[in-house]
Design a protein around this ligand. Sequence first.
Ligand SMILES: *[C@@H]1O[C@H](CO)[C@@H](O)[C@H](O)[C@H]1NC(C)=O
Ligand SMILES: *[C@@H]1O[C@H](CO)[C@@H](O)[C@H](O)[C@H]1NC(C)=O
Length: 299
Amino acid sequence: MSPPTAVLVLVLAAGRWLVCAADVGDFSPCLGVFHRAWPPKGLAGTPVCQRYDNQYRFATLYSRRRRSPWFSAYLYSPPEGKRPTTPWKFEPQLAYPGAGGGMVPFPPGPVDQNVVASQAVEHDYINSTFSRGHLNPSLQHRSHQDRCATFTLTNVVPQKEGSNDGPWAALEQAVNRTLGAYCLGPAHVVTGVVPYRSDDRWLGDRRVAVPEYLWSAYCCPRYDGSLPVELRGAFPTHAAVGRNDPNSGEEIVPVDPTAKTPFRGFDVRTMTLGTLEEILEDRLGGAVSVFYEQCSGPE
Ligand SMILES: *[C@@H]1O[C@H](CO)[C@@H](O)[C@H](O)[C@H]1NC(C)=O
Ligand SMILES: *[C@@H]1O[C@H](CO)[C@@H](O)[C@H](O)[C@H]1NC(C)=O
């Protein structure tokens, strides 16, 4: 190799490393998913820019201690086609900061011990009483690649099937219909978890923290003003909290006693962004702000 070629190879290698190093620890490469490039405030964790097929797809605030996300944030687009069949993936840079870029499918055999130590793995969910609950759902994306990218365990929390296949799925569909029909510009969605007051529910042996509730909020500053009556108040921003435990009290989300068995106790309550932020502040012990200036003002 001639010296100039060697220098060029080194420069290319360094550039590649810089791109890869940005996946974990900093939201700057994927700020575009947030309204006004402003990530939610009041939650502490490890930023992950979720990269798949060498493009940033969405953002996750990950909790290493809980081995599960606090929230995932993404841009909504109206879905096309079917839910993809794609392997579950992990984030190599949570285990090895210098690892190559992007999420990686789990290998067929045993998983590297540092990966197991640093994040949830498929074994945590197999034979458990919890399903894999997407925070960023595959349903709310047009491109096949964006949909495949949601199948990574750093975007997943232990969610009861009664919620995941019931009221929470209905919420995801309702948000899809509302944004698909009336949002005229970018729609920023953030979906996260509410922990138990005393952090004592785990999947496995203190492996993956189980959330008591899931929450979600969207911000769509530019929308069709001719909203039907039932959607007044749904723009520019709206929020919801869903139960993940039928035995929780009813102070945050009341239970519909007439709901059918597999879904009873997994109700979803829609609410204003302000009410959601009060619930999060009360539970987390500090002010939480999901969108810049409550999603007021232009994009
Ligand atoms: C799950 O349960 C099945 C049936 O009881 C068992 O054969 C299998 O080994 C279990 N898998 C894991 C990963 O524990
Ligand atoms: C999602 O929204 C699109 C566009 O409004 C609609 O065509 C589609 O049927 C919706 N899908 C689901 C599962 O709600």
